[in-house]
Design a protein around this ligand. Structure first.
Ligand SMILES: [Zn+2]
Length: 181
């Protein structure tokens, strides 16, 4: 099951919503009995990168909840008006201040329970300059044997890193589609 909706009031007129199946639809939606607005809810995209420098990958230690103090790949919510690639670049800049060049899309991971889809791109770091933003305690490079596997913030980060090191050993990077159960 996914997280239940938290919609209580119409975002257009503020009236309390009713739950019903609109005509021609097939599932309950939050419908405004006053103005008729239907509040569709769909999964949110989280976009990020696997920044690579030489043998190392860049991780950020979270300065925000949830998972405060744990390590993550740079990632965050896709904003309106940007592509997934632009969002991944922006998040990497905001969280780590890293200068990167995107490579290919690497993982597409459904997190149905959290109502999210996580997409990670591989990226080459252009230099080792880092300037972590306010959401990051510290950003640093990790070789594979240094990765803090027990202190990773999210399962999609772990899955993406596992795929990354496995592909690197195999000598070829693919695109990996999966899900968090
Ligand atoms: Zn309304």
């Amino acid at each position: 099951m996914f997280t239940p909706s938290r919609i209580k009031h119409c975002r257009v007129c503020g009236t309390e919503v009713a739950w019903r199946v609109p005509p021609g639809d097939n599932r309950d939606r939050a419908v405004c009995p006053a103005c008729g607005e239907i509040h569709y809810e769909n999964p949110i995209n989280v976009v990020g990168t696997v920044p690579v420098w030489d043998e190392s990958v860049l991780l950020c230690r979270r300065n925000i909840e949830p998972r405060y103090g744990l390590w993550t790949l740079p990632a965050g919510f896709l904003e309106l008006g940007e592509s997934t690639a632009e969002g991944a670049l922006r998040e990497t800049d905001e969280e780590a201040g890293a200068h990167i060049e995107l490579q290919g899309l690497f993982t597409v991971l459904d997190v149905v329970r959290a109502r999210q889809v996580h997409l990670f791109y591989r990226a080459s770091m252009l230099d080792t300059h880092l300037a972590p933003g306010p959401e990051t305690i510290e950003a640093r490079l990790f070789r594979e044997h240094e990765v803090p596997w027990d202190e990773l913030a999210f399962r999609t980060v772990r899955m993406t890193l596992e795929h990354f090191f496995a592909d690197r050993r195999a000598g070829a990077f693919g695109v990996h589609v999966g899900h968090v159960a």
